[in-house]
Design a binder for this molecule. Structure first.
Ligand SMILES: Cc1cc2nc3c(=O)[nH]c(=O)nc-3n(C[C@H](O)[C@H](O)[C@H](O)COP(=O)(O)O)c2cc1C
Length: 140
């Protein structure tokens, strides 16, 4: 059974390119082997990640990610059974939260993923993908 899970968290340290690269390299290797697809939105101290795949694989991955000391304050936003993947072309795409609109420093704080519904967050992720040119995870 396929599921989609979305969570939000706060980065413990600055969200540098090095941090994101190291996460995405790991993600690409593990996710490819385990048929996980998804999107990692990051910026302004927040991670917002959608994970799709077989329920067991997503559950195991989420448990590992939740134990990662590089972020904190994880909240599960959304989890549902799905018949088709939404982010099927990416082992894990990176989308910057500030790519949507150069002025998103103003826009983003009005959208608080910690108080938004799953539907609102998914709509926001779609906007980010449409406006933010998702970057596929590096394969090496
Ligand atoms: C925000 C965030 C997102 C992550 N996403 C993934 C992912 O999609 N796939 C993955 O394998 N690891 C991901 N990781 C890394 C895992 O948390 C973990 O460090 C990695 O799987 C190595 O686990 P291990 O040290 O137990 O082998 C992510 C980490 C963070 C902080």
């Amino acid at each position: 059974m396929l599921i989609r899970l979305i969570y939000v968290s706060k980065a413990v340290d600055a969200q540098t390119g090095t941090l994101t690269d190291s996460i995405l390299r790991k993600a690409h290797a593990w996710n490819t082997q385990n048929a996980i697809t998804g999107v990692l939105c990051e910026g302004q101290g927040v991670f917002l990640q959608a994970l799709e795949g077989e329920r067991g694989a997503v559950t195991r991955l989420y448990a590992r990610i939740a134990a990662d000391p590089r972020h904190t304050a994880l909240e599960l936003i959304h989890c549902e059974s799905i018949s088709a993947r939404r982010y099927g072309q990416w082992s894990m795409a990176r989308v910057s939260l500030s790519d949507v609109d150069p002025q998103s420093k103003i826009v983003w704080p009005e959208f608080d993923p910690y108080s938004a519904s799953g539907a609102q967050v998914m709509a926001r992720i779609d906007e980010l993908i449409a406006g933010g040119q998702p970057v596929p995870a590096p394969s090496i």
